[in-house]
Structures are given as structure tokens and as C-alpha cells.
Write a protein that binds this ligand. Sequence first.
Ligand code: P53
Length: 485
Amino acid sequence: MQVPKNFLWGGAIAAHQAEGAYNVDGKGLSVADVMTAAGNFDERRITDGVKTGEFYPNHEGVDFYHQYPGDVKLFAEMGFKCFRTSIAWSRIFPQGDEDEPNEAGLKFYDRLFDECHKYNIEPVVTLSHFEMPYHLVTEYGGFRSRKVLDAFVKFAKVVIDRYQHKVKYWLTFNEINNQTNYDRAFTLFTNSGVQVHEGENAEAVMYQAAHYEVVASAQVVAFAHQLNPDLLVGAMVAFSPVYPATDKPDDVLKAQRAMQARFWFSDVQVEGRYPSWLRKYQAAKKFDLDITDEDLASLKKGRVDYLGFSYYMSFATAAKPDEDDYYSYNEAKDLVTNKFVPQSDWGWQVDPKGLRYALNWMNDRYHLPLFIVENGIGAIDQMEANHQVHDNYRIKYLRDHIKQMELAINDDGVDVMGYTPWSAIDIVSASTGQLSKRYGFIYVDRNDDGSGSLKRYRKDSFYWYQKVISTHGEDLGDDSDDTTR
Ligand code: P53
């Protein structure tokens, strides 16, 4: 099976996980700069500013800020047609609320996008990928505040205007729906710069921040369309489908609400209005939300052109035996283990068929082109003495998922624009801050404690992916040489 010839094969990263250079050329601190490193199953700590004696892995990342010419050359060698990254907001507006942007920060992305175009690689750019200026957190409480909505729109207008002739594909908020998991401090902080205080209702706080974000997203879409009709602006959600644990109707209802709770974000961004259940739900819960008529009008005027999504795993949920309200969903408490699928070393449920399900589900619901902007597996790689990395488990994961994508394209007729696995190159893990949770086709010699030469090496998956791209997805290799972990 093949994919269309104009298919956007590529790879993805995010600025804060790769660039490092956290205080270079006028960059301000971002939320990622105050997060420590964790292990496989504990949370990163959020410190009160940058503290001496703490280790912040994003401060150096993998030095993409300085090494991007060599890295983009390696992407070109793999045959990338596109490259997804993000713009670090705090390079452009170091504090977030200045009047004028930082020209040195803007120049960096000019250089990066020019480098991509040297090899005919289309940049795919996320405006907000877990990296808002930290000053907006301390001064305004992040996206709790309408001021931050305005600050984001201002930032987005500056960069879309500046790069409109270099960047055609834009995404507004990365994995905007991660914050469905509102009880996990990490997600609200990384998505929205929000910290929940004692006695507050985290769910209500999330709905307020997310409302300002969907409004901001719509304003940005409307701006881009009016500026330059060639631009395509997408939403971006984390697509972990939530399956019912059994065929018990209570479980099915629970899973339906879980899907509604995870995908109202894209419902709004695609359809330009809130889904019917949500305002009822918010009213029933007595959430006191600032949602104005002007906001609702903005939503209508800024519908996205396509839907980007990440796909790593599937979830499952079951109704609790004593529960009378199946129509509420708390992601931190309501998920169960799916015994039919294996797990990664970090407990992520590996489910390639879930990708075909995802593509069909979104195609049925949204009738828009879909872009798989993240898919991959975090694993510990072994660097051999000859600098080879035999990452056949990564090849197997990607092959199994690409097969399902190709079935969705060819047998189900789903319109898929492209595929950018996470990650183009090894970078700092978002959730754990580890370097050892590796996703890349390119190995970076850097360890969890920050030691290492930062040298780059091609993994086995590099050569494998090169062949996949050059054969338009036909030659996916052979399972027989894969070992399972
Ligand atoms: P890491 C949670 C669930 C699914 C995807 O994740 C997630 C997260 C948040 O960690 O994040 C996305 O590095 C995200 C990337 C991230 C990647 O998945 O935690 O968009 O920034 O690196 C992989 O293993």
C-alpha cells in the first residue's frame, strides 16, 4: 500500500524540548524552564522560579538552537517533506506582555525556516507547545486571565505576519485537550500556565482557561485567513480514544462522556460552537465562567482548516459500581487498564488499531483533513560500541501504526495530510524531563543528568524511515527481524 505522492512525511519536535539556549538572545523564562526532571513514574516538580541546586533539563535541551543546520540536514537525508516544530513564545515576547517583540528571537526562526526551505522541507509550526512565558504565570495566573488570551493573540499575529511566506501550515495549541486531566498539576501548568490553589475547583479552572484558549485560537484563525488565504491553520488534540471496558451499558455511557470531555475542544475549534451537553454540564455543576456573547461570536468566525492530532496510546474506562452519575469524567481517576494491549516501559498502552479507529472517528465527526502530527514510542536505546543503535522496537511500533494509517487512507477513504512521528531527533521528554525516554530517529549523546557530548548518530530507524518515505509508504520492512521488548 502507498500514500498519495504529495503526502507530508516528516518528523516533529517542540522548541522547549530541543532548543535549549534558554537565556540566549534575549529569551525570557518559560514554564518549561522551571520544571525539574523526574523518573519513569513520578511527576516533574514545578519550582518557584529558577532555583540554584536544581537541574532543569530544558535549559540546554539538545542544543537545537545552535545545532539546527546539521539536524535539518539529517532530516533532509531521511527525505522529510515537512518538519514540525514550535515557536518559543518567550523568545519573541520574553515576558509575554511587552509592546514590541524581540528581534533576535524572530531572527532565529527566520534562519531555521530558511534552512528547511533549502531542502524543500515545509515547516509545520505550533504556536503554543507547553512553553508560555513564565512571567504570564506569576503576573496573571496564566490562561486564567483574559489578558493572557490577548497576549497570545498578539504574539500569534506577530509571528504569522512575519513568517507567512515561509510557513503555510500552522497549529494553535498543542494537545489542547490534555487538560481534561485537570487533577494532574503538570498538565494544567504546561498547557495553560495555571496552578490550582487549595480549595479551588480544578475542573472549573480548567474550563475557564480552555475557554480563553479556544477563543484565542479562533481569533488567530480568523486573523490568518484574512491576512493570507494560502495559510492553513489547524487545531491539535491528543487522540487517546477512551474505550468502554465492557459491553455493559453503564460502561458505554461512561466512555461516551469521556470522549465528549476529551473532544469538546476540537468540537469547538472545528464547528465554531460549544457542543450541546457542555454548557448544560457547566451550568449543572454551577461553574462560574466568563463566557461572553462576543466570545461565542469569535468562535464562529475562526474555524480551523484541518485537525492535527497526536496518537500514542488508547485508554479504557469503566463505570464505578456505586456511581449514579455516569455523565462525569475525571481522567485522573476513571481510567482502567486494557488487558488486550501491551504497555511501553512507561505504562503507555500500545494499540496500533486505535490509530485507524482515531482516523475514522475524526473523519466521521469533523469532515476535515487530518494530520498525524505525533506518533511514536519512548524507549531506552542502547548505543553500541560502533555507534549503532538497533531500535527495532521503534521500527515495529511505527510500522504497525503506519499500516493502520494506510488502511484508513486506502480502504476507508480518510483524508490524511501527513505523518510526523515524534520525534525527529532525541529530545527532552515533556512529562518526565528525561533524555533516556527517547523517541528519535537520531540519537543524541546526552544523559538524564545533562552529561554527554551532544553528538548526533543515525539509529537503525533512521535508515528504515528513509526507505518508507522514498517508497511512499510501500516498503515498511519485515516483522521477522524485530525482537519484542
Ligand atoms: P513524553 C501526555 C499524553 C500524551 C502525549 O510525551 C503527551 C503527554 C504529555 O506528556 O505529550 C505529547 O515526552 C507532547 C510532546 C511530548 C510527547 O507527547 O511525555 O505533545 O511534547 O514530548 C511525548 O513521553
